[in-house]
Design a protein around this ligand. Structure first.
Ligand SMILES: [Zn+2]
Length: 250
C-alpha cells in the first residue's frame, strides 16, 4: 500500500551558513513531487537522499511546485531546466500560481536561458520558457491533480507573490506555509492537514516562532518548523524542527 512521505532536503533561511535553503520532496507510490528548488539542487538532493537512505535523484522528479521566486526557493531551477533538457531529454513540469509564473521567465530565468550561441561566430538564438519547462498553473479554490498528488494553493503574506500548499496523496495531507508572516487565517486553512510544515523566521515578512506557539493545541501538535535561522538551538526548539536528510511518513 502506498503512503505519503516527505524527504527533507533543506531547512535553512536565505542567509544560512549551516543548512541548505528550505525545500523538500514528497513521494507517493514511487512518484516524486519537489517543493521549491534552491541551488545547488543536485547536491542538495544527493546528500539528502543519501543521508535518509532513500533512492531518490533529480531524474526521478515528476514535477516541481514553486512557492515563490525568492532566490533561496528558485535558484536551482535554471540548473534543472538545463539538466532535464540536455541530460534527461525532457521538459521539467513546474506547478505554480499565475502571480508567481508571471515573473518566472522575464524576472528570473531569461537572463541566463533566453539566448544561446550554439557555435563560435553564430548568431544568438532565442529560446522561451517552454523550451525547458512544462508550466502548469495552480488555481486558487480548487485542487490540481498531479500524478497521485492533489495540490491546493493559497496566497500568503510575504514580500513577493507566494503560495502556501496542501498536498494530498494516499489519503494523507501535508500542509506547507511556505514563506509568510504569521497569519491565523492561513493556520485555519492548513488545520486539516495531517502534518503542517511551517516556516519560523523572525525576519521581515516572516513568522516569529513565538506567534506559532499561540496556535491551538490540536494544530500545534502537527507543526514542524523549517526555514529557521542558524541561531535556533534545534535540541531546545519549542516546536519540532525539520531535519535535513530525514524522511517523515505523513
Ligand atoms: Zn521568501
Amino acid at each position: 500500500m502506498s503512503d505519503l512521505r516527505l524527504l527533507c532536503l533543506g531547512t535553512g533561511d536565505a542567509f544560512s551558513a549551516l543548512y541548505y535553503s528550505s525545500c523538500f520532496a514528497l513521494e507517493s507510490g514511487g512518484h516524486w513531487l519537489m517543493v521549491d528548488c534552491p541551488h545547488p539542487i543536485r547536491k542538495i538532493v544527493r546528500e539528502g537522499a543519501q543521508a535518509a537512505g532513500v533512492a531518490f535523484d533529480v531524474s526521478k522528479i515528476d514535477a516541481i511546485v514553486l512557492t515563490h521566486l525568492h532566490g533561496d526557493h528558485v535558484s536551482g531551477l535554471e540548473c534543472l531546466g538545463y539538466y532535464f533538457r540536455y541530460i534527461l531529454g525532457r521538459s521539467l513540469v513546474v506547478y505554480t500560481h499565475i502571480d508567481v509564473a508571471n515573473s518566472l521567465w522575464n524576472g528570473v530565468l531569461s537572463g541566463s536561458m533566453e539566448w544561446v550561441i550554439e557555435k563560435p561566430g553564430a548568431l544568438p538564438r532565442q529560446r522561451a520558457l517552454d523550451d525547458f519547462f512544462d508550466l502548469r498553473l495552480l488555481p486558487e479554490g480548487e485542487e490540481t491533480k498531479a500524478g497521485p498528488f492533489r495540490i491546493a494553493c493559497r496566497k500568503t503574506i510575504h514580500s513577493v507573490p507566494t503560495i502556501a500548499l496542501r498536498c494530498t496523496a494516499a489519503k494523507r495531507c501535508l500542509g506547507y506555509s511556505a514563506d509568510t508572516m504569521f497569519d491565523p487565517t492561513l493556520i485555519d486553512w492548513l488545520a486539516d492537514a495531517h502534518l503542517i510544515v511551517h516556516e519560523a523566521n523572525s525576519a521581515f515578512m516572516h513568522t516569529n516562532l513565538d506567534d506559532l506557539l499561540t496556535v491551538r493545541p490540536s494544530i500545534r501538535k502537527k507543526l514542524r518548523i523549517t526555514h529557521y535561522p542558524d541561531t535556533l538551538d534545534l535540541a531546545k526548539a519549542p516546536l519540532p524542527p525539520m531535519r535535513q536528510g530525514t524522511v517523515i511518513t505523513i
